[in-house]
Design a protein around this ligand. Structure first.
Ligand SMILES: [Zn+2]
Length: 253
């Protein structure tokens, strides 16, 4: 069983995606960047249930740090906040959330406000949440201590090693994706990750082309598995087993 722990299925052209999903076997966690994105991912998951039997999609609700400015004020409006809060309970895990002080044009204040809104819920429910940390690693490391019952999963971490070691010490699972094979720094972090905290992702469909590659198909996760298994000197079936166990532990809590 192969599991892509972080993708953006709503970014695909629908017809092209549907064709790929019918040919794919495995589980895909479909991260959302805002409300519209979540509803689209839910529709894709519904379609898949009926039409692509070997593929299982788990849509997750989150607001991306890139969308913090347009969403921060919505959380102050009781009607909108209630509507958004209802999505949280429908989402077996939360994501994509976090902060980004490198690429996001949104204010730090709004990013932190939106991030804390989700963390407050995850802390109350003991829920897992997939976190984007680009150039905000230290701030996020500090903020997470306010929410000890939230269960963070760190997505595509590429920051300083000392903060990574702290995340590992706290037991946060880590996703490794398409950049791992290209980056000695990420390969070092991969080797620092205990097997029980290891997950794989593509961050499809934009990441591989952004890194200079050509692929953005759903089956790209299979190549990521091959690459991680190769880097760790293990067979792909062994890696699949490890990641499947980790996934089950995350989803069952
Ligand atoms: Zn993402």
């Amino acid at each position: 069983m192969i599991i892509d722990f972080h993708t953006h299925l709503d970014f695909y052209k629908r017809e092209e995606l549907q064709k790929q999903l019918t040919e794919f076997s495995g589980i895909i966690i479909a991260a959302s960047v805002d409300e519209k994105s979540f509803l689209e991912n839910c529709a894709i998951a519904e379609w898949t249930k009926k039409s692509a039997r070997n593929c299982h999609i788990i849509p997750t609700f989150g607001i991306h740090p890139n969308a913090a400015d347009e969403n921060a004020a919505l959380l102050d409006d009781p009607t909108t906040a209630t509507r958004l809060a209802a999505y949280l309970d429908h989402s077996p895990l939360i994501g994509e959330i976090g902060m980004d002080f490198c690429w996001s044009k949104c204010s730090k204040e709004n990013q932190e406000k939106v991030f804390r809104w989700f963390l407050e819920y995850c802390n109350r429910k003991g829920k897992a949440c997939v976190i984007h940390t680009k150039d905000a690693e230290q701030e996020i490391c500090n903020i997470l201590t306010d929410y000890p019952k939230a269960r963070p999963i760190i997505h595509w971490y590429d920051g300083p090693e000392n903060i990574f070691r702290e995340f590992i010490r706290r037991g946060y699972p880590q996703t490794f994706g398409v950049e791992t094979i290209r980056s000695p720094h990420l390969q070092n972090l991969l080797r620092l990750t205990p097997p029980e905290l290891l997950l794989a992702e593509t961050d499809n469909p934009d990441s591989e082309p952004w890194l200079g590659g050509t692929r953005s198909d759903v089956a790209l996760i299979e190549r990521v598995y091959e690459e991680i298994a190769g880097l760790l000197g293990m067979s792909r079936p062994v890696l699949e087993k490890i990641i499947e166990e980790n996934f089950k532990r995350i989803i069952s809590n």
